[in-house]
Write a protein that binds this ligand. Structure first.
Ligand code: BTN
Length: 332
């Protein structure tokens, strides 16, 4: 397994788990220090760091510490005992990192096995599609990248993106009052505003994918959006008026992803395409503007190709266009 600098110290993870599992009692600094194998001063420093991330730890070195409620921090120990299947075996957590996708791509290069999950509380250079950036406010959203070594040709990679979009859609639906929509290939929308984006990157040869990284950014507890995204983007909290557990949402996301991904490998594209048709208003009959690297045109969506590519009947009479990648916007 590859190791990377900057990942969260496993002992902070242990400290948090210890506090969370004993939330009703005060534990002395000395006891915590002994349990996790560090000095009392180090315990104090880490507790200060956790407080800065919004973890409500009460007490001080003399009286001992206790936690007011189970913290919503995505450290591996809090996740792994709730997960089973492929994506529980190796979870890397960062308090701050440039981009979880960049880390996961590096892991892929270093030979890390299929299924590793990279998480961050904050990204300083979160990346979106088409060279855009992804605003990654500290501990407000989920910033997650999954490393895959899928036994499929690169031409079928759009299906991986659909799999991820379906998993995120089903996971988030449980937190929302309105049904989320999927704008092909994988923007999740609620009432027309985007709350989740997915960036798929890969290293491949013409007939074989060496590794692929699926990066998911979900706006969970942001209370407002940056000015340039007002009206375009939203968060679960802005939609429902209440805070949501990132931990619970992430657990559901990884479980749904495991299920959809394995179904895709076992049964092929058909169940994925059928599910997409059920839950996306963009599947068929939607008036859209498509903007690709080379052109922009309007048309009406006409289903998906077996490889997951979007079919659009062009308004200019040039027939059905298979859109491999590009921006899709609804037009009235
Ligand atoms: C989009 O443009 O809609 C895709 C956004 C993808 C953002 C996520 S956040 C976690 C992962 N790391 C990144 O740098 N990007 C993806």
């Amino acid at each position: 397994m590859a190791s990377l600098p900057g990942t969260t110290d496993r002992r902070i993870d242990a400290l948090l788990t210890l506090l969370a599992e004993n939330s009703t009692i005060v534990i002395s600094g000395a006891k915590i220090a002994k349990e996790i194998g560090v000095t009392r001063q180090q315990v104090w420093r880490w507790i200060e760091q956790l407080r800065q991330l919004g973890v409500r730890v009460k007490g001080h070195p003399r009286t001992g510490y206790h936690i007011e409620r189970v913290p919503d921090i995505l450290v591996p120990q809090m996740l792994s005992h709730r997960l089973y299947g492929t994506f529980a075996r190796r979870i890397l957590h960062f308090f701050k990192v440039d981009s979880t996708n960049s880390v996961a791509m590096r892991l892929g290069e270093l030979g890390e096995p299929h299924g590793a999950v990279v998480l961050a509380e904050e990204q300083t250079a979160g990346r979106g599609r088409a060279g855009r950036s992804w605003t990654s406010e500290k501990s407000a959203g989920i910033y997650c990248s999954i490393l895959l070594r899928p036994p499929i040709p690169p031409a079928h990679a759009p299906l991986l993106t659909l799999v991820a979009g379906l998993a995120a859609r089903d996971a988030a639906a449980e937190d929302l009052d309105a049904l989320p929509d999927i704008r092909w290939p994988n923007d999740l929308l609620v009432d027309g505003r985007k709350f989740c984006g997915i960036l798929t990157e890969m290293h491949a040869e013409p007939d074989r994918i060496h590794y692929a990284v699926i990066g998911l950014g979900i706006n969970v507890n942001q209370s407002k959006m940056p000015a340039d995204l007002t009206g375009i983007a939203t968060s679960l909290r802005m939609e429902t008026g209440k805070a949501h557990s990132r931990l619970e949402l992430l657990i559901r996301l990884l479980q749904y992803f495991d299920r959809y991904y394995n179904q895709f490998l076992a049964d092929g594209a058909l169940p994925v395409l059928r599910r997409f048709a059920q839950v996306s208003s963009y599947y068929e009959g939607k008036r859209v503007r498509i903007t690709t690297a080379t052109e922009s045109f309007t048309g009406t969506t006409a289903g998906l190709e077996p490889s997951g590519v979007l079919r659009v009947a062009r308004d200019d009479g040039r027939g059905i266009e298979a859109v491999l990648s590009g921006d899709v916007a609804e037009v009235s």
